[in-house]
Write a protein that binds this ligand. Structure first.
Ligand code: ARG
Length: 589
Protein backbone atom coordinates (compact mmCIF):
# COMPACT_ATOMS: atom_id res chain seq x y z
CA UNK A 1 0.00 0.00 0.00
CA UNK A 2 1.32 3.42 -0.91
CA UNK A 3 0.10 6.79 0.19
CA UNK A 4 -1.94 8.35 2.93
CA UNK A 5 -3.32 5.04 4.15
CA UNK A 6 0.20 3.84 4.80
CA UNK A 7 1.13 7.05 6.53
CA UNK A 8 -1.86 6.59 8.83
CA UNK A 9 -0.79 3.01 9.52
CA UNK A 10 2.62 4.27 10.53
CA UNK A 11 1.11 6.93 12.76
CA UNK A 12 -1.32 4.61 14.50
CA UNK A 13 0.97 3.02 17.14
CA UNK A 14 2.51 6.38 17.93
CA UNK A 15 -0.88 8.00 18.45
CA UNK A 16 -2.00 4.98 20.39
CA UNK A 17 0.71 5.58 23.01
CA UNK A 18 -0.13 9.25 23.31
CA UNK A 19 -3.85 8.64 23.54
CA UNK A 20 -3.43 5.93 26.15
CA UNK A 21 -1.60 8.37 28.32
CA UNK A 22 -4.61 10.68 27.97
CA UNK A 23 -7.05 7.85 28.68
CA UNK A 24 -8.72 8.17 25.30
CA UNK A 25 -9.92 4.85 23.86
CA UNK A 26 -9.08 3.96 20.26
CA UNK A 27 -12.75 3.78 19.30
CA UNK A 28 -12.92 7.53 19.87
CA UNK A 29 -9.74 8.92 18.34
CA UNK A 30 -8.94 6.48 15.53
CA UNK A 31 -11.96 7.35 13.38
CA UNK A 32 -10.92 11.01 13.60
CA UNK A 33 -7.48 10.41 12.14
CA UNK A 34 -7.77 10.89 8.39
CA UNK A 35 -6.60 12.60 5.28
CA UNK A 36 -6.19 16.36 5.80
CA UNK A 37 -8.94 18.29 4.09
CA UNK A 38 -6.73 21.32 3.45
CA UNK A 39 -3.69 20.28 1.45
CA UNK A 40 -1.63 23.23 2.72
CA UNK A 41 -2.08 22.13 6.31
CA UNK A 42 -0.60 18.70 5.94
CA UNK A 43 -1.20 15.15 4.77
CA UNK A 44 -3.06 13.76 7.75
CA UNK A 45 -5.11 15.56 10.39
CA UNK A 46 -6.80 14.81 13.66
CA UNK A 47 -9.57 17.27 14.52
CA UNK A 48 -9.89 17.54 18.30
CA UNK A 49 -13.15 19.44 18.56
CA UNK A 50 -15.24 16.41 19.46
CA UNK A 51 -12.77 15.52 22.23
CA UNK A 52 -13.34 18.78 24.10
CA UNK A 53 -16.42 17.51 25.92
CA UNK A 54 -14.70 14.29 27.02
CA UNK A 55 -11.44 15.86 28.18
CA UNK A 56 -13.07 19.06 29.45
CA UNK A 57 -10.47 21.17 27.67
CA UNK A 58 -10.42 23.50 24.69
CA UNK A 59 -9.74 21.77 21.34
CA UNK A 60 -6.71 24.03 20.77
CA UNK A 61 -5.19 22.88 24.02
CA UNK A 62 -5.88 19.21 23.26
CA UNK A 63 -4.34 19.49 19.79
CA UNK A 64 -1.26 21.10 21.25
CA UNK A 65 -0.93 18.43 23.95
CA UNK A 66 -1.24 15.57 21.44
CA UNK A 67 1.28 17.19 19.09
CA UNK A 68 3.81 17.42 21.89
CA UNK A 69 3.25 13.81 22.88
CA UNK A 70 3.78 12.37 19.41
CA UNK A 71 6.43 14.72 18.05
CA UNK A 72 9.58 12.83 18.96
CA UNK A 73 8.29 9.40 17.93
CA UNK A 74 7.33 10.41 14.44
CA UNK A 75 10.19 12.76 13.72
CA UNK A 76 11.98 10.24 11.54
CA UNK A 77 9.25 10.43 8.89
CA UNK A 78 6.87 13.31 9.64
CA UNK A 79 6.42 16.72 11.17
CA UNK A 80 3.58 17.50 13.51
CA UNK A 81 1.98 20.82 14.41
CA UNK A 82 -1.26 22.03 15.88
CA UNK A 83 -3.58 24.74 14.66
CA UNK A 84 -7.13 25.77 15.55
CA UNK A 85 -7.85 22.51 17.33
CA UNK A 86 -6.34 20.28 14.63
CA UNK A 87 -3.26 18.10 14.91
CA UNK A 88 -1.64 18.32 11.48
CA UNK A 89 0.90 15.82 10.24
CA UNK A 90 3.05 16.36 7.18
CA UNK A 91 5.18 13.60 5.74
CA UNK A 92 8.86 14.43 5.44
CA UNK A 93 10.51 14.59 2.00
CA UNK A 94 12.40 11.36 2.75
CA UNK A 95 9.13 9.58 3.33
CA UNK A 96 7.72 10.96 0.06
CA UNK A 97 10.84 9.97 -1.85
CA UNK A 98 10.59 6.49 -0.47
CA UNK A 99 7.01 6.19 -1.78
CA UNK A 100 8.06 7.59 -5.13
CA UNK A 101 10.67 4.88 -5.43
CA UNK A 102 8.00 2.25 -4.72
CA UNK A 103 5.80 3.72 -7.47
CA UNK A 104 8.72 3.84 -9.88
CA UNK A 105 9.46 0.16 -9.41
CA UNK A 106 5.85 -0.98 -9.65
CA UNK A 107 4.29 -1.49 -13.08
CA UNK A 108 0.85 -1.13 -11.43
CA UNK A 109 1.85 2.20 -9.89
CA UNK A 110 0.89 1.08 -6.41
CA UNK A 111 -2.63 0.04 -7.33
CA UNK A 112 -3.60 -3.19 -5.63
CA UNK A 113 -5.64 -6.04 -7.11
CA UNK A 114 -8.97 -6.65 -5.37
CA UNK A 115 -10.46 -9.96 -4.45
CA UNK A 116 -11.97 -11.04 -7.75
CA UNK A 117 -15.68 -10.52 -8.33
CA UNK A 118 -17.82 -10.76 -11.42
CA UNK A 119 -19.60 -7.60 -12.49
CA UNK A 120 -22.09 -6.98 -15.24
CA UNK A 121 -21.95 -3.44 -16.48
CA UNK A 122 -25.10 -2.49 -18.39
CA UNK A 123 -24.29 0.60 -20.42
CA UNK A 124 -24.82 2.56 -23.61
CA UNK A 125 -28.16 0.84 -24.43
CA UNK A 126 -29.42 3.02 -27.29
CA UNK A 127 -32.74 2.26 -28.91
CA UNK A 128 -32.93 0.64 -32.33
CA UNK A 129 -34.14 2.92 -35.12
CA UNK A 130 -33.78 5.97 -32.91
CA UNK A 131 -30.88 8.38 -32.71
CA UNK A 132 -28.51 7.80 -29.84
CA UNK A 133 -28.84 10.92 -27.77
CA UNK A 134 -26.35 12.68 -25.51
CA UNK A 135 -27.69 10.65 -22.59
CA UNK A 136 -26.55 7.50 -24.39
CA UNK A 137 -23.21 9.19 -24.99
CA UNK A 138 -22.85 9.76 -21.24
CA UNK A 139 -23.82 6.21 -20.43
CA UNK A 140 -21.35 4.91 -23.00
CA UNK A 141 -18.46 7.01 -21.78
CA UNK A 142 -19.02 6.57 -18.04
CA UNK A 143 -19.85 2.86 -18.38
CA UNK A 144 -16.75 2.18 -20.41
CA UNK A 145 -14.52 3.89 -17.85
CA UNK A 146 -16.06 1.88 -15.02
CA UNK A 147 -15.45 -1.31 -17.00
CA UNK A 148 -11.79 -0.44 -17.50
CA UNK A 149 -11.27 0.53 -13.87
CA UNK A 150 -12.91 -2.63 -12.54
CA UNK A 151 -10.85 -4.77 -14.89
CA UNK A 152 -7.67 -3.07 -13.79
CA UNK A 153 -8.62 -3.85 -10.20
CA UNK A 154 -8.69 -7.51 -11.17
CA UNK A 155 -12.41 -8.17 -11.56
CA UNK A 156 -14.17 -10.10 -14.27
CA UNK A 157 -16.37 -7.65 -16.11
CA UNK A 158 -19.14 -8.57 -18.51
CA UNK A 159 -20.28 -5.72 -20.71
CA UNK A 160 -23.95 -5.78 -21.64
CA UNK A 161 -25.45 -3.42 -24.12
CA UNK A 162 -29.15 -3.59 -23.30
CA UNK A 163 -30.32 -2.05 -26.55
CA UNK A 164 -33.99 -1.23 -26.90
CA UNK A 165 -34.77 -3.63 -29.73
CA UNK A 166 -38.22 -4.89 -28.84
CA UNK A 167 -41.73 -3.62 -28.18
CA UNK A 168 -44.79 -2.20 -29.89
CA UNK A 169 -43.03 0.55 -31.94
CA UNK A 170 -41.45 -2.20 -34.04
CA UNK A 171 -44.80 -2.83 -35.72
CA UNK A 172 -44.82 0.63 -37.28
CA UNK A 173 -41.08 0.60 -37.92
CA UNK A 174 -41.29 -2.63 -39.91
CA UNK A 175 -44.28 -1.39 -41.91
CA UNK A 176 -42.46 1.82 -42.69
CA UNK A 177 -39.47 -0.20 -43.81
CA UNK A 178 -41.70 -2.12 -46.20
CA UNK A 179 -43.23 1.11 -47.53
CA UNK A 180 -39.82 2.58 -48.26
CA UNK A 181 -38.46 -0.62 -49.71
CA UNK A 182 -35.85 -2.63 -47.88
CA UNK A 183 -32.82 -1.19 -49.63
CA UNK A 184 -33.74 2.43 -49.22
CA UNK A 185 -34.72 1.89 -45.60
CA UNK A 186 -31.49 0.07 -44.84
CA UNK A 187 -29.55 2.87 -46.43
CA UNK A 188 -31.32 5.57 -44.42
CA UNK A 189 -30.70 3.72 -41.18
CA UNK A 190 -27.14 2.71 -41.94
CA UNK A 191 -26.06 6.31 -42.50
CA UNK A 192 -27.56 7.22 -39.21
CA UNK A 193 -30.78 8.93 -40.30
CA UNK A 194 -32.47 7.11 -37.48
CA UNK A 195 -34.43 9.99 -36.15
CA UNK A 196 -36.16 10.94 -39.36
CA UNK A 197 -36.93 7.27 -40.02
CA UNK A 198 -38.59 6.96 -36.64
CA UNK A 199 -40.47 10.23 -37.03
CA UNK A 200 -41.81 9.33 -40.48
CA UNK A 201 -43.12 6.04 -39.13
CA UNK A 202 -44.64 7.73 -36.13
CA UNK A 203 -46.38 10.42 -38.17
CA UNK A 204 -47.95 7.84 -40.50
CA UNK A 205 -49.02 5.85 -37.47
CA UNK A 206 -51.00 8.75 -36.01
CA UNK A 207 -52.44 10.06 -39.28
CA UNK A 208 -53.07 6.95 -41.39
CA UNK A 209 -55.60 4.46 -40.07
CA UNK A 210 -54.64 1.76 -42.55
CA UNK A 211 -50.96 2.05 -41.65
CA UNK A 212 -51.79 1.93 -37.95
CA UNK A 213 -53.80 -1.26 -38.41
CA UNK A 214 -51.01 -2.88 -40.41
CA UNK A 215 -48.57 -1.88 -37.69
CA UNK A 216 -50.67 -3.47 -34.98
CA UNK A 217 -50.98 -6.76 -36.85
CA UNK A 218 -47.23 -6.62 -37.45
CA UNK A 219 -46.60 -6.45 -33.70
CA UNK A 220 -48.67 -9.61 -33.27
CA UNK A 221 -46.65 -11.34 -36.00
CA UNK A 222 -43.39 -10.22 -34.41
CA UNK A 223 -44.36 -11.48 -31.00
CA UNK A 224 -45.59 -14.71 -32.51
CA UNK A 225 -42.16 -15.30 -34.02
CA UNK A 226 -43.19 -15.05 -37.69
CA UNK A 227 -40.06 -15.76 -39.70
CA UNK A 228 -40.50 -13.07 -42.38
CA UNK A 229 -41.31 -10.45 -39.75
CA UNK A 230 -38.24 -11.42 -37.77
CA UNK A 231 -36.14 -11.09 -40.91
CA UNK A 232 -37.40 -7.53 -41.42
CA UNK A 233 -36.87 -6.76 -37.74
CA UNK A 234 -33.25 -7.93 -38.06
CA UNK A 235 -32.67 -5.41 -40.83
CA UNK A 236 -33.74 -2.62 -38.48
CA UNK A 237 -31.51 -3.93 -35.72
CA UNK A 238 -28.47 -4.61 -37.90
CA UNK A 239 -28.59 -1.30 -39.73
CA UNK A 240 -28.99 0.64 -36.51
CA UNK A 241 -26.14 -1.30 -34.92
CA UNK A 242 -23.99 -0.50 -37.92
CA UNK A 243 -24.46 3.17 -37.09
CA UNK A 244 -24.02 2.69 -33.34
CA UNK A 245 -20.81 0.76 -33.94
CA UNK A 246 -19.47 3.62 -35.95
CA UNK A 247 -20.05 5.92 -33.01
CA UNK A 248 -18.43 3.39 -30.65
CA UNK A 249 -15.39 3.11 -32.82
CA UNK A 250 -15.02 6.89 -33.03
CA UNK A 251 -15.31 7.08 -29.26
CA UNK A 252 -12.80 4.28 -28.79
CA UNK A 253 -14.99 2.35 -26.37
CA UNK A 254 -14.75 -1.37 -25.76
CA UNK A 255 -18.28 -2.33 -26.85
CA UNK A 256 -18.56 -4.82 -29.70
CA UNK A 257 -21.34 -6.87 -31.26
CA UNK A 258 -20.58 -9.60 -28.74
CA UNK A 259 -21.76 -7.32 -25.96
CA UNK A 260 -25.23 -6.76 -27.39
CA UNK A 261 -27.92 -8.18 -25.18
CA UNK A 262 -30.98 -6.26 -26.13
CA UNK A 263 -34.44 -6.46 -24.63
CA UNK A 264 -35.36 -9.05 -27.26
CA UNK A 265 -33.00 -11.58 -25.65
CA UNK A 266 -35.21 -11.87 -22.63
CA UNK A 267 -38.48 -12.66 -24.41
CA UNK A 268 -38.43 -16.31 -23.48
CA UNK A 269 -37.77 -15.56 -19.85
CA UNK A 270 -40.75 -13.20 -19.49
CA UNK A 271 -43.42 -15.84 -18.78
CA UNK A 272 -40.98 -17.30 -16.28
CA UNK A 273 -40.79 -13.97 -14.46
CA UNK A 274 -44.56 -14.07 -14.21
CA UNK A 275 -44.57 -17.65 -12.90
CA UNK A 276 -41.90 -17.00 -10.34
CA UNK A 277 -43.64 -13.91 -9.03
CA UNK A 278 -46.84 -15.90 -8.76
CA UNK A 279 -45.00 -18.62 -6.83
CA UNK A 280 -43.36 -16.17 -4.47
CA UNK A 281 -46.82 -14.80 -3.75
CA UNK A 282 -46.01 -11.32 -5.02
CA UNK A 283 -48.24 -11.25 -8.10
CA UNK A 284 -51.64 -9.54 -7.94
CA UNK A 285 -54.32 -8.81 -10.48
CA UNK A 286 -55.39 -5.27 -11.18
CA UNK A 287 -57.85 -4.33 -13.96
CA UNK A 288 -56.92 -7.41 -15.93
CA UNK A 289 -53.18 -6.76 -15.65
CA UNK A 290 -50.68 -8.79 -13.61
CA UNK A 291 -48.90 -6.48 -11.22
CA UNK A 292 -46.67 -6.38 -8.17
CA UNK A 293 -46.86 -3.74 -5.46
CA UNK A 294 -43.29 -3.12 -4.33
CA UNK A 295 -44.49 -0.96 -1.44
CA UNK A 296 -43.09 2.43 -0.59
CA UNK A 297 -44.29 4.14 -3.77
CA UNK A 298 -47.58 5.91 -4.28
CA UNK A 299 -49.18 7.57 -7.27
CA UNK A 300 -50.47 11.16 -7.38
CA UNK A 301 -53.64 10.18 -5.54
CA UNK A 302 -51.66 8.57 -2.75
CA UNK A 303 -52.55 5.03 -3.83
CA UNK A 304 -49.90 2.29 -3.86
CA UNK A 305 -47.99 2.31 -7.13
CA UNK A 306 -47.97 -1.01 -8.96
CA UNK A 307 -45.25 -2.35 -11.20
CA UNK A 308 -46.99 -3.80 -14.22
CA UNK A 309 -45.55 -7.17 -15.14
CA UNK A 310 -48.03 -8.11 -17.87
CA UNK A 311 -50.51 -5.68 -19.34
CA UNK A 312 -54.18 -6.54 -19.81
CA UNK A 313 -53.50 -7.13 -23.54
CA UNK A 314 -50.91 -9.76 -22.66
CA UNK A 315 -47.86 -7.62 -23.50
CA UNK A 316 -44.92 -7.37 -21.17
CA UNK A 317 -43.19 -4.23 -19.93
CA UNK A 318 -39.73 -2.66 -19.69
CA UNK A 319 -39.69 -3.60 -15.98
CA UNK A 320 -40.48 -7.21 -16.78
CA UNK A 321 -37.49 -7.49 -19.06
CA UNK A 322 -35.28 -5.90 -16.42
CA UNK A 323 -36.48 -8.52 -13.93
CA UNK A 324 -35.72 -11.25 -16.47
CA UNK A 325 -32.36 -9.63 -16.93
CA UNK A 326 -31.57 -10.03 -13.23
CA UNK A 327 -32.48 -13.71 -13.28
CA UNK A 328 -30.26 -14.14 -16.31
CA UNK A 329 -27.33 -12.25 -14.80
CA UNK A 330 -27.52 -14.14 -11.53
CA UNK A 331 -28.18 -17.62 -12.89
CA UNK A 332 -26.49 -17.69 -16.28
CA UNK A 333 -23.61 -15.32 -15.63
CA UNK A 334 -23.21 -15.97 -11.91
CA UNK A 335 -22.29 -12.40 -11.23
CA UNK A 336 -21.86 -10.70 -7.87
CA UNK A 337 -22.63 -7.18 -8.92
CA UNK A 338 -24.70 -5.47 -11.58
CA UNK A 339 -24.25 -1.88 -12.49
CA UNK A 340 -26.75 0.02 -14.59
CA UNK A 341 -25.25 3.13 -16.10
CA UNK A 342 -28.49 4.91 -16.91
CA UNK A 343 -29.76 8.48 -16.47
CA UNK A 344 -31.29 9.72 -13.25
CA UNK A 345 -34.85 9.85 -14.69
CA UNK A 346 -34.93 6.05 -14.40
CA UNK A 347 -34.13 6.12 -10.70
CA UNK A 348 -37.54 4.99 -9.53
CA UNK A 349 -37.67 2.26 -12.15
CA UNK A 350 -34.46 0.70 -10.86
CA UNK A 351 -35.35 1.09 -7.21
CA UNK A 352 -38.60 -0.75 -7.83
CA UNK A 353 -36.98 -3.45 -9.96
CA UNK A 354 -34.27 -4.11 -7.36
CA UNK A 355 -36.78 -4.27 -4.57
CA UNK A 356 -39.08 -6.69 -6.40
CA UNK A 357 -36.13 -8.85 -7.47
CA UNK A 358 -34.84 -9.09 -3.92
CA UNK A 359 -38.20 -9.82 -2.40
CA UNK A 360 -38.99 -12.53 -4.94
CA UNK A 361 -35.57 -14.08 -4.42
CA UNK A 362 -34.20 -13.40 -7.94
CA UNK A 363 -31.11 -12.05 -6.25
CA UNK A 364 -29.82 -12.25 -2.71
CA UNK A 365 -28.56 -9.62 -0.34
CA UNK A 366 -25.04 -10.61 -1.30
CA UNK A 367 -25.63 -9.22 -4.75
CA UNK A 368 -24.70 -5.64 -5.30
CA UNK A 369 -27.18 -3.97 -7.64
CA UNK A 370 -26.39 -0.34 -8.34
CA UNK A 371 -28.05 2.21 -10.52
CA UNK A 372 -25.02 4.24 -11.54
CA UNK A 373 -27.14 7.24 -12.40
CA UNK A 374 -26.09 10.42 -14.16
CA UNK A 375 -27.43 13.90 -14.86
CA UNK A 376 -28.38 15.50 -18.16
CA UNK A 377 -26.23 17.16 -20.77
CA UNK A 378 -27.20 20.81 -21.15
CA UNK A 379 -26.32 23.49 -23.67
CA UNK A 380 -24.65 26.73 -22.60
CA UNK A 381 -28.10 28.22 -21.96
CA UNK A 382 -28.83 25.51 -19.45
CA UNK A 383 -31.33 23.64 -21.64
CA UNK A 384 -31.12 20.00 -22.68
CA UNK A 385 -28.70 19.85 -25.58
CA UNK A 386 -30.37 19.85 -29.03
CA UNK A 387 -29.19 20.75 -32.50
CA UNK A 388 -29.79 24.26 -33.88
CA UNK A 389 -32.92 23.00 -35.58
CA UNK A 390 -34.19 21.73 -32.25
CA UNK A 391 -33.64 18.12 -33.30
CA UNK A 392 -31.77 15.44 -31.41
CA UNK A 393 -28.08 15.88 -32.18
CA UNK A 394 -26.45 13.17 -34.27
CA UNK A 395 -23.59 11.89 -32.15
CA UNK A 396 -21.52 11.08 -35.18
CA UNK A 397 -21.68 14.73 -36.31
CA UNK A 398 -20.91 15.96 -32.85
CA UNK A 399 -17.75 13.88 -32.64
CA UNK A 400 -16.70 14.93 -36.15
CA UNK A 401 -17.09 18.53 -35.13
CA UNK A 402 -14.97 18.01 -32.06
CA UNK A 403 -12.15 16.54 -34.14
CA UNK A 404 -12.38 19.46 -36.58
CA UNK A 405 -12.18 21.98 -33.78
CA UNK A 406 -9.25 20.12 -32.25
CA UNK A 407 -7.46 20.28 -35.62
CA UNK A 408 -7.76 24.05 -35.61
CA UNK A 409 -6.34 24.47 -32.16
CA UNK A 410 -3.50 22.08 -32.90
CA UNK A 411 -2.63 24.05 -36.01
CA UNK A 412 -2.40 27.15 -33.84
CA UNK A 413 -0.32 25.48 -31.19
CA UNK A 414 2.00 23.34 -33.25
CA UNK A 415 2.03 24.05 -37.00
CA UNK A 416 4.85 21.53 -37.39
CA UNK A 417 2.50 18.62 -36.90
CA UNK A 418 1.53 17.35 -40.31
CA UNK A 419 -0.19 14.55 -42.15
CA UNK A 420 -1.09 11.39 -40.38
CA UNK A 421 0.36 12.48 -37.06
CA UNK A 422 -1.68 15.69 -37.10
CA UNK A 423 -4.79 13.65 -37.86
CA UNK A 424 -4.14 11.24 -35.04
CA UNK A 425 -3.44 13.97 -32.52
CA UNK A 426 -6.61 15.82 -33.55
CA UNK A 427 -8.62 12.68 -33.09
CA UNK A 428 -7.11 11.98 -29.67
CA UNK A 429 -7.68 15.55 -28.55
CA UNK A 430 -11.14 15.99 -30.06
CA UNK A 431 -12.57 12.71 -28.83
CA UNK A 432 -10.65 12.91 -25.57
CA UNK A 433 -12.10 16.36 -24.90
CA UNK A 434 -15.70 15.22 -25.30
CA UNK A 435 -15.22 12.12 -23.17
CA UNK A 436 -13.28 13.90 -20.49
CA UNK A 437 -15.76 16.78 -20.19
CA UNK A 438 -18.38 14.19 -19.46
CA UNK A 439 -16.29 12.17 -17.03
CA UNK A 440 -14.84 15.08 -15.10
CA UNK A 441 -18.25 16.33 -14.06
CA UNK A 442 -19.60 14.69 -10.96
CA UNK A 443 -21.74 11.94 -12.42
CA UNK A 444 -25.04 12.79 -10.75
CA UNK A 445 -24.83 16.45 -11.77
CA UNK A 446 -25.95 17.91 -15.06
CA UNK A 447 -23.11 19.08 -17.25
CA UNK A 448 -22.91 21.86 -19.72
CA UNK A 449 -21.63 20.94 -23.16
CA UNK A 450 -19.23 23.76 -23.89
CA UNK A 451 -16.84 23.43 -26.84
CA UNK A 452 -14.54 26.24 -25.74
CA UNK A 453 -14.13 24.86 -22.27
CA UNK A 454 -13.68 21.20 -23.13
CA UNK A 455 -11.13 21.87 -25.89
CA UNK A 456 -9.17 24.39 -23.89
CA UNK A 457 -5.53 23.69 -23.09
CA UNK A 458 -6.12 25.17 -19.65
CA UNK A 459 -8.15 23.82 -16.76
CA UNK A 460 -9.49 20.38 -15.94
CA UNK A 461 -9.63 19.18 -19.56
CA UNK A 462 -8.27 16.31 -21.62
CA UNK A 463 -6.10 18.57 -23.81
CA UNK A 464 -4.44 20.02 -20.69
CA UNK A 465 -3.53 16.54 -19.43
CA UNK A 466 -2.50 15.32 -22.87
CA UNK A 467 -0.31 18.36 -23.30
CA UNK A 468 1.39 17.76 -19.94
CA UNK A 469 2.03 14.17 -21.00
CA UNK A 470 3.46 15.24 -24.36
CA UNK A 471 5.68 17.77 -22.66
CA UNK A 472 7.18 15.08 -20.44
CA UNK A 473 7.68 12.85 -23.45
CA UNK A 474 9.62 15.63 -25.08
CA UNK A 475 11.83 16.01 -21.99
CA UNK A 476 12.65 12.32 -22.23
CA UNK A 477 13.34 12.53 -25.94
CA UNK A 478 15.84 15.30 -25.25
CA UNK A 479 17.39 13.38 -22.38
CA UNK A 480 17.77 10.23 -24.45
CA UNK A 481 18.55 7.97 -21.49
CA UNK A 482 16.95 4.72 -20.43
CA UNK A 483 13.73 5.41 -18.55
CA UNK A 484 13.66 1.95 -17.03
CA UNK A 485 16.91 2.67 -15.26
CA UNK A 486 15.39 5.59 -13.35
CA UNK A 487 14.02 3.33 -10.62
CA UNK A 488 17.48 1.98 -9.82
CA UNK A 489 19.25 5.30 -10.06
CA UNK A 490 16.60 6.84 -7.82
CA UNK A 491 17.13 4.19 -5.18
CA UNK A 492 20.83 4.84 -5.08
CA UNK A 493 20.38 8.53 -4.30
CA UNK A 494 21.74 9.69 -0.94
CA UNK A 495 19.54 10.64 1.95
CA UNK A 496 20.56 14.27 1.57
CA UNK A 497 19.63 14.24 -2.10
CA UNK A 498 16.17 12.98 -1.20
CA UNK A 499 15.52 15.39 1.62
CA UNK A 500 16.36 18.83 0.27
CA UNK A 501 13.44 18.89 -2.13
CA UNK A 502 12.06 22.16 -3.42
CA UNK A 503 8.51 23.01 -2.48
CA UNK A 504 7.30 22.28 -6.05
CA UNK A 505 8.87 18.83 -5.91
CA UNK A 506 7.24 18.18 -2.57
CA UNK A 507 3.78 19.18 -3.74
CA UNK A 508 4.07 17.12 -6.92
CA UNK A 509 5.34 14.11 -4.95
CA UNK A 510 2.50 14.33 -2.47
CA UNK A 511 -0.03 14.23 -5.26
CA UNK A 512 1.73 11.44 -7.13
CA UNK A 513 1.83 9.36 -3.96
CA UNK A 514 -1.91 9.76 -3.52
CA UNK A 515 -2.79 8.43 -6.97
CA UNK A 516 -3.44 4.78 -5.97
CA UNK A 517 -5.88 5.62 -3.21
CA UNK A 518 -7.72 8.14 -5.39
CA UNK A 519 -8.10 5.52 -8.09
CA UNK A 520 -9.45 3.05 -5.53
CA UNK A 521 -11.95 5.57 -4.27
CA UNK A 522 -12.95 6.45 -7.80
CA UNK A 523 -13.66 2.79 -8.66
CA UNK A 524 -15.44 1.88 -5.47
CA UNK A 525 -17.82 4.83 -5.77
CA UNK A 526 -18.12 4.49 -9.57
CA UNK A 527 -17.05 8.12 -9.81
CA UNK A 528 -14.58 8.81 -12.61
CA UNK A 529 -14.63 12.53 -11.80
CA UNK A 530 -12.54 11.89 -8.69
CA UNK A 531 -9.79 10.45 -10.81
CA UNK A 532 -10.09 13.37 -13.26
CA UNK A 533 -9.79 15.93 -10.51
CA UNK A 534 -6.67 14.26 -9.19
CA UNK A 535 -5.05 13.94 -12.62
CA UNK A 536 -5.63 17.63 -13.09
CA UNK A 537 -4.04 18.41 -9.74
CA UNK A 538 -1.03 16.29 -10.74
CA UNK A 539 -0.69 18.04 -14.08
CA UNK A 540 -0.96 21.48 -12.54
CA UNK A 541 1.63 20.78 -9.87
CA UNK A 542 3.79 19.34 -12.62
CA UNK A 543 3.46 22.63 -14.51
CA UNK A 544 4.83 24.67 -11.61
CA UNK A 545 7.51 22.06 -10.94
CA UNK A 546 8.57 22.30 -14.59
CA UNK A 547 8.61 26.08 -14.47
CA UNK A 548 10.61 26.34 -11.27
CA UNK A 549 12.93 23.35 -11.13
CA UNK A 550 15.56 22.72 -13.74
CA UNK A 551 15.51 19.15 -15.00
CA UNK A 552 17.98 18.59 -17.81
CA UNK A 553 19.59 21.98 -17.18
CA UNK A 554 20.32 21.07 -13.58
CA UNK A 555 24.09 20.69 -13.07
CA UNK A 556 23.88 18.39 -10.08
CA UNK A 557 23.47 14.98 -11.68
CA UNK A 558 21.75 13.48 -8.63
CA UNK A 559 19.12 16.22 -8.51
CA UNK A 560 18.56 15.94 -12.23
CA UNK A 561 17.97 12.18 -11.83
CA UNK A 562 15.60 12.80 -8.96
CA UNK A 563 13.57 15.22 -11.08
CA UNK A 564 13.53 12.89 -14.05
CA UNK A 565 12.13 10.25 -11.73
CA UNK A 566 9.30 12.62 -10.82
CA UNK A 567 8.68 13.23 -14.54
CA UNK A 568 8.54 9.49 -15.07
CA UNK A 569 5.96 8.84 -12.36
CA UNK A 570 3.90 11.85 -13.50
CA UNK A 571 3.93 10.62 -17.08
CA UNK A 572 2.92 7.09 -16.11
CA UNK A 573 0.12 8.20 -13.83
CA UNK A 574 -1.29 10.56 -16.45
CA UNK A 575 -1.12 7.84 -19.06
CA UNK A 576 -2.70 5.17 -16.90
CA UNK A 577 -5.38 7.56 -15.65
CA UNK A 578 -6.35 8.56 -19.17
CA UNK A 579 -6.16 4.95 -20.34
CA UNK A 580 -8.80 4.15 -17.72
CA UNK A 581 -11.04 6.50 -19.68
CA UNK A 582 -10.05 5.16 -23.05
CA UNK A 583 -8.36 8.47 -23.91
CA UNK A 584 -5.20 8.34 -26.00
CA UNK A 585 -2.08 10.24 -25.09
CA UNK A 586 -0.01 11.47 -28.04
CA UNK A 587 3.76 11.58 -27.55
CA UNK A 588 3.92 14.94 -29.32
CA UNK A 589 1.37 17.69 -29.67
N1 ARG B 1 -32.71 1.67 -23.77
C1 ARG B 1 -32.97 2.37 -22.54
C2 ARG B 1 -33.10 3.86 -22.80
O1 ARG B 1 -32.68 4.34 -23.83
C3 ARG B 1 -31.89 2.17 -21.52
C4 ARG B 1 -31.74 0.75 -21.01
C5 ARG B 1 -30.94 0.68 -19.77
N2 ARG B 1 -30.72 -0.65 -19.27
C6 ARG B 1 -31.62 -1.39 -18.64
N3 ARG B 1 -31.29 -2.60 -18.26
N4 ARG B 1 -32.84 -0.96 -18.41
O2 ARG B 1 -33.62 4.58 -21.97
Amino acid sequence: MVGIKELIDQLKPIFSNAMNSMDLPESIWLPLLGKATVEDHGDVALPCHSLAGILKKAPQEIAKQISELVASDLQSFAIVSSMSGFVNITAKPEWLSNRISILLADPRLGISVDQKKTFVVDYSAPNVAKEMHVGHLRSTVIGDTIVRMLEFKGHTVIRENHVGDWGTPFGMLIEHLLDLGEDRAANELGVGDLDSFYKQARSKFVSDEEFANRSRSRVVLLQGGDAETLRLWRILVDESMRYFNEVYSMLGVMLTDDDIRGESCYQELLPEVLDRLRESGDLEESDGADVVFPGGWVNRDGEPLPMIIRKADGGYNYSTSDLACIIDRVERLGCDGFLYVVGTPQKQHFEMVFQVAKKAGFMSHNHQAVHVNFGSVLDTDGKVLKSREGEVIKLHDLLEESIRRAEQSIDDKNPDLLGKEREEVARAVGIGAVKYADLSTERTKDYVFDWEKMLSFEGNTAPYLQYAYARISSIFRKWGGDRESLATSFESLMESELSNLRSEEILLSRRLVEFPSILDDSVSTFSPHKLCKHLHSIASSFASFYENCGILKEDDEAISQRRLALCEVTSRELKLGLEMMGINVPERM
